[in-house]
Design a protein around this ligand. Structure first.
Ligand code: BGC
Length: 947
């Protein structure tokens, strides 16, 4: 008995010790859980949990095995990292045996804590290798040219091709994988069941250079010992459909930028128990025909005549005698075929109808209550031939009509023709999406109800990582608007807008917003994909394009300062947020080429005073797009961006251990700064007001109001990009405040000025001014949009006003444009004060700026924000109480925070209700401008500051 007890105690203490060790969770490979990848040294990551405060990892060990059985016995036949000392928990490249196509790798990890205790092995995770070489592909490109059937006058919208084949699967099937891609869009099914849940596959790329494929585990969809039906519908998509905004400028080329006929390439690989395989590929054994999908276009919508359904076409036994043998189309040798690296586009949420209103004309307006990108599912009953038409819009006119003018030539109309099923019919389109809040439905024979439509939100499925809440409802609505606009525009690529005939990857919009995006969603793999698009779109001369992917929609679409720098800024921000250096290494030759381009353009002057961008139209570039009042000269902004890029290049060179380039870009950055100051500032340290100092370009702006360097945008950018000497930041901040005052306390900034405006005010000691702008509800401001009923961020500050309605040129009036949402960066980085001091938030600051007093309901007295970083979840929460301020912070395991407690002295601070001095894992490091700076390891902290 005694022995038993002792044994029990010993066992319990072992369990206890283990329970106290570090836990490794959320195992990911290339930013995804259990993915398919073709990266041959994929990067692994995990997060740590601990029951103790102030914990760090002192070492880790990774095991990778070729089977789950081997891994469970800890037999790592592929790779054992050994015990690796240090804190690294992410961006750890696999370094085991070379991996082959189709190989599945099972892995686990364990960590040692700071006192050398080893934690338990994590749960098992896995990744699977895709097809690593083009020669793994036996499948051919097949398709059916139906272009001659496009009937419309305004739009040429041919029907969607349908492709099918039946295959026999032996009854000893062990597993099956389906590899599919398309030039255009595809949906693939097996025995009538859609493979996977992704939408708009395989995504948009420069199809002449690369196309992505998806891999599906279809083991459970196939019937062994039986005939199975493989079926695919194709659509025109970005490859062959309408694209971009060429219609606006009457360019006769409005569709089929990459090719005319959508094509499919698919390979089903079935492995049997004895290790043998059957590979079924797209080839001449397939049959091609048509079905109910009469029109299918990304921008224009779909028309589906259910009475024409080829019943059972996607199942076994369908008579395809009259279908054609699809021609085989040649491949382009230069085109690479790779695993889709981004997060899939999916239906991420359903949206019930908020209200239905009957219009006098017999049509109905459905209000979804939220502007979003997606489609609707229609439920309807009627007789064969009844035609239900769905038109989509973001706004209604005051008289209740649907406003569609701002869609320009995007028809954004779905039509469903009933087959007359007495049980009722359900339909949703497959290859289109709309940006909308309202749906106008006509053609219903019976009165609809809320169930007639269901909204389906689509977007790249980027995990939510941020939250932001205050006691101010306007601010909360603004944050919701920002996140919704991001979701509506991160659809395979970062687009400008989801509704009009544009929806392209404008680089300026993307670069001003990328940092904000990282606060809301995990966009690491999303940008892993898009940065390749950017690099693929780089011009011969080294400039990054205006939009990526970059089909040449108009001859004049080339590059512009403020836009082209996305090629540097996006990889840099991804590096800062996720400590991703691989993106830097892979993009380095492109980035260096771009910097060479800038150097050449500056002709050794390090500023662009010689109208360096005169060859592009509009002259000098877009400048501070959609700003008010006098315009900031584009060449001046270009020079600032040059310095900013050189700084980022120096930092990134250092991060990848490239000392030579580090030295070079450090020197370049200094030279640019010197030249900028000499050329653009006067003796008072102000930016010159004399127009002669600037390029002669008119700028692509509303109204030629002339240029001056003395603008909000100029100072905001100069402070944000640290163009000025540190000692002059205060002066620049004062000019900025002076300019705001002169403008009635209102902002006048456009795309390039709005992002740095609040951060620059905060950085120069004018946090209260930043808050005033942030909390303002007067035109122009973020609050003004909210006051005017917005549920998303608008393209223009006054896209709509209650008094004047739609004031602007409808062609340029999107209600879902994220650029001005870049204020999100200040909300998290300043108001909540969450800022990385080392990439990936391995160390970070919490430096909250507390909102000014005396604003009553229009102010902020309580704020809570959180960010789930690659290191785990950080929280910053502050509350103003009578004579007291509380600040709560959570610091993830394995990280260190510098918490800036807003207090005059440590004596005013209590931590978790006790005097500060009693703590060992949180210590005061210094005091600075109204803050006591506390260094803290992992854990939760509650500070209370007496005022
Ligand atoms: C887009 C913008 C874009 C701009 C170029 C517009 O049509 O919607 O967001 O950056 O063109 O200035």
């Amino acid at each position: 008995m005694k022995i038993y007890c002792l044994f029990l105690i010993a066992t319990l203490s072992v369990l206890n010790a283990k329970a106290q060790g570090l836990g490794a969770v959320y195992l990911r490979c290339e930013y995804k859980e259990n993915p398919v990848t073709d990266v041959t040294s994929p990067r692994l990551s995990w997060e740590l949990t601990s029951k103790e405060n102030d914990q760090v990892q002192s070492a880790y060990q990774i095991l990778v095995a070729s089977s789950a059985e081997l891994l469970s016995e800890s037999k790592a036949d592929l790779w054992s990292s050994g015990k690796v000392p240090g804190r690294a928990t992410y961006q750890i490249g696999y370094q085991g045996k070379p991996l082959e196509s189709r190989q599945i790798c099972y892995w686990k990890v364990r960590s040692w804590d700071k006192s050398g205790r080893v934690g338990q092995w994590s749960k098992m995770a896995s990744w699977e290798m895709g097809l690593l070489s083009k020669s793994d592909w036996q499948a051919q490109w097949i398709g059916l040219d139906l272009n001659h059937l496009g009937k419309g006058k305004t739009y040429h919208l041919p029907p969607a091709p349908y492709l099918r084949r039946e295959v026999f699967i032996k009854n000893t099937m062990k597993k099956a994988r389906l590899y599919v891609t398309a030039l255009g869009l595809y949906e693939f099914s097996i025995n009538g069941k859609k493979a996977g849940d992704a939408f708009l596959t395989p995504g948009w790329t420069d199809y002449d250079k690369r196309v992505y494929y998806q891999t599906y585990d279809v083991t459970s969809s196939l019937k062994p010992g039986s005939v199975n039906a493989l079926a695919s519908q194709l659509s025109y998509g970005w490859y062959a459909g309408y694209l971009g905004y060429s219609l606006l400028v009457q360019n006769p080329v409005v569709r089929a930028f990459y090719g005319k006929v959508p094509l499919l390439k698919a390979q089903l690989e079935v492995t049997y128990q004895d290790g043998t395989k059957d590979i079924f590929t797209t080839d001449q054994h397939w049959k091609a025909g048509q079905g109910a999908l009469l029109e299918s276009d990304l921008l224009n919508g779909e028309t589906y005549d259910a009475s024409l359904e080829a019943q059972g076409w996607d199942r076994v036994g369908f008579n395809d005698k009259n279908w054609k043998t699809p021609p085989i189309y040649p491949d382009k040798p230069a085109r690479q075929i790779q695993v889709y690296p981004g997060p899939p586009v999916r239906i991420t949420q359903t949206m019930p109808v908020k209200s239905v209103t009957e219009r006098a004309t017999g049509s109905y307006i459905f209000d979804m209550g939220q502007n979003f990108a997606g489609i609707v599912r229609l439920k309807v009953k009627g007789v064969k031939g009844d035609t239900v038409r769905l038109r989509f819009g973001e706004k209604l006119y005051p008289d209740g009509r649907l406003m569609t003018e701002n869609l320009r030539m995007a028809r954004a109309t779905d039509t469903y023709i009933l087959k007359g099923d007495p049980q009722g019919e359900r339909w949703e389109p497959k290859f289109t999406f709309h940006g909308f809040q309202y749906v106008e439905v006509t053609g219903l024979k019976t009165r609809p109800d809320h169930q007639t439509l269901l909204g389906l939100v689509i977007g790249s499925d980027t995990p939510k990582v941020g939250s932001f809440e205050t006691d101010n409802s306007m601010v909360n609505q603004l944050y919701s608007n920002i996140d919704w606009t991001q979701r509506a525009n991160y659809i395979d690529i970062p687009t400008d807008c989801p509704q009009r005939d544009e929806r392209i990857g404008w680089t300026g919009d993307a670069q001003v917003y990328v940092k904000s995006a990282t606060f809301n969603r995990d966009v690491a793999s999303f940008f892993t994909k898009w940065v390749v698009d950017l690099n693929d779109g780089q011009f011969e001369n080294g400039a990054y394009p205006l939009y990526a992917p970059a089909p040449s929609l108009r001859k004049t679409d080339t590059f512009s300062p403020g836009w082209m720098e996305a090629g540097i800024i996006c990889p840099y921000q991804i590096y800062r947020a996720y400590a991703d250096t691989r993106m830097i290494v892979q993009g380095w030759p492109h980035m260096v080429r771009f910097m060479d381009f800038l150097e050449k353009r500056s002709k050794g002057a390090y500023v662009f005073k010689e109208n360096a961008f005169d060859d592009i139209d509009p002259k000098g570039g877009f400048g501070d797009w959609l700003s008010f009042g006098k315009k900031t000269p584009p060449d001046m902004l270009a020079s600032f961006y040059y310095a900013y890029c050189a700084d980022m290049m120096a930092e990134m060179a250092e991060a990848i251990g490239n000392q030579k380039d580090y030295a070079h870009f450090t020197k370049t950055a200094a030279a640019i700064r010197k030249a900028v100051l000499t050329h653009y500032t006067d003796s008072e340290g102000r930016f010159k007001t004399d127009e002669k100092a600037y390029g002669k370009g008119e700028g692509y702006v509303d109204g030629a109001l002339g240029f001056t360097g003395h603008t909000q945008t100029a100072y905001a950018n100069a402070i944000y990009m640290k163009i000025l000497k540190e000692t002059d930041t205060g002066k620049a901040g004062a000019y900025l405040v002076e300019l705001l005052k002169a403008n009635g306390g209102k902002l006048g900034t456009g795309f390039l000025g709005a992002k740095p405006l609040l951060p620059a005010l905060s950085a120069s000691g004018h946090s209260d001014e930043a808050y005033k702008l942030f909390l303002s509800k007067e035109f122009p401001s973020w609050g003004f949009e909210v006051e005017n009923g917005s549920t998303t961020i608008w393209e223009r500050w006054d896209s709509f006003t209650k008094e004047d309605g739609f004031k602007y040129n409808a062609a340029m009036n999107s209600f879902s444009h994220y650029a001005f949402g870049a204020v999100c960066e200040w909300m998290f980085g300043n108001a909540a004060g969450i800022r990385p001091s080392k990439p990936g938030f391995e160390t970070f600051d919490i430096r909250p700026e507390i909102a000014p007093d005396g604003m009553g309901k229009d102010g902020i007295n309580y704020l809570i924000a959180s960010l789930h970083t690659i290191n785990g979840k950080i929280t910053s929460e502050w509350r103003k109480e009578t004579e007291k301020l509380t600040l709560k912070v959570t610091v993830p395991v394995n990280t260190t925070a510098h918490i800036y407690v807003p207090a005059e002295s440590p004596n005013h601070i209590q931590l978790d209700g006790k005097p500060f001095s009693t703590f060992t894992n949180a210590k005061v490091t210094k005091q600075e401008k109204g803050y006591v700076i506390v260094e803290a390891g992992s854990g939760a902290y509650q500070f209370s500051v007496s005022q």
